[in-house]
Ligand binder design. Sequence first.
Ligand SMILES: Cc1ncc(COP(=O)(O)O)c(C=O)c1O
Length: 423
Amino acid sequence: MTDTLRAAVEAGWIARNDFAFDPSAPKVRLHEPTFGPDEVMAALDCLMETRVTMGAKVLAFEAQFKSHHGAAHGTMVNSGSSANLLAVAAVANHETRDGLRPGDEVIVPALSWSTTVWPLIQLGLVPVVVDIEPRTLNIDPEAVERAIGPKTRGLMPVHVYGNPCRMDVLTEICRRRGLILIEDCCEALGASFRGTAVGRFGRVGTFSTYYSHHITTLEGGVCLTDDFDLAETMRILRAHGWVREVEDPKPWYDRHPDIDPRFLFVNLGYNLRPTELQGAIGQVQLPKLDGFVAFRRALAAWYRDALSPFAEFLSFQDETEGGFHSWMTFAVQVAETAPFRVGALRAHLEAGGVETRPIICGNVARQPGLAPHPHRVAGELRHSDRVMDGGFSIGCHQHVGPAARAHVAERFAAFFAERGLVR
Ligand SMILES: Cc1ncc(COP(=O)(O)O)c(C=O)c1O
């Protein structure tokens, strides 16, 4: 497109957006956009060419995303929730050998997102909810081991906020106990465990490129797998049960010579397709991922250091040993013994323009959406309850510069000073 249009987009962007910290009206948001004029131009290009539905740009993003992760197949969808739905639907599909079957149990961490768990129920599976480790906030492998029963066939861990789970222990449990592993990496782009990217340990790994995540396609998600047949099933289920987007449609055509091959529907699919705009934006965003993650890691280290004087009352998420955390956001927990309630601290931060939010959806077993459906709670969920009742998170992204982060630290310090809680 023309240089004039590009210049106009840049000028319009600058006129509308200023992410610099303003001390006279302090605001430290939970997230700010990771995109800018480059991505706007990429999206505009799709609109101007009128190529807006899934096509070459989505394919190019899938190729880029899978090679970034060293995976054989990548399937882009319209959200991380859709990635979870598609992964579970494909693994539980009748076409899938050694897959999950209705009534099978799948172990999930209590500290997860709604749409980590809902697709299991939607596909006739039974979630088994277990507790987390209090320091890493990730699923507790010992709780997993204890929860396994005669019907347990799967494990779906969440790498909370980009902190990798103990994948050596979890993959060993899966191998020994015959569990299918589906990794929910929707918060964990850029994270790895002992040098291997998350999402590469199980049968499928799912990712989200939602607006507030490490990189964005506005809404969006990706499923990664090395299993060709599973990837073909995902491509079919993503688009109406249609064979149109599979890599090798010929066997399907040969099996159904009486049906127009352009309109051949072979499975009970959905429409989870992304648009070309999302594929185009993703191609511009992915090369920026490592830089964003490096920024987030440095910021998390800074927060930990700056808030260390309050260690008697606050604790922070610990990076898993052997893990490379990508810090989607920064989690803070108030000690049970603290002489104040988490709500008071959050209110104080919010009043000073520091946005806060609960940690993921808290203990999912306490969310009303789960109650009417078959599920099992295995053991106590004490640590997940603590996170839900005493935890919150603050922004840990590329726009929290030196002045913004200093403001956050000052707000914490003022809270403790007002209560005479600093020595
Ligand atoms: C652990 C986890 N899984 C799945 C999702 C769903 O992703 P999306 O918001 O892209 O639908 C989220 C959302 O942030 C999440 O945190």
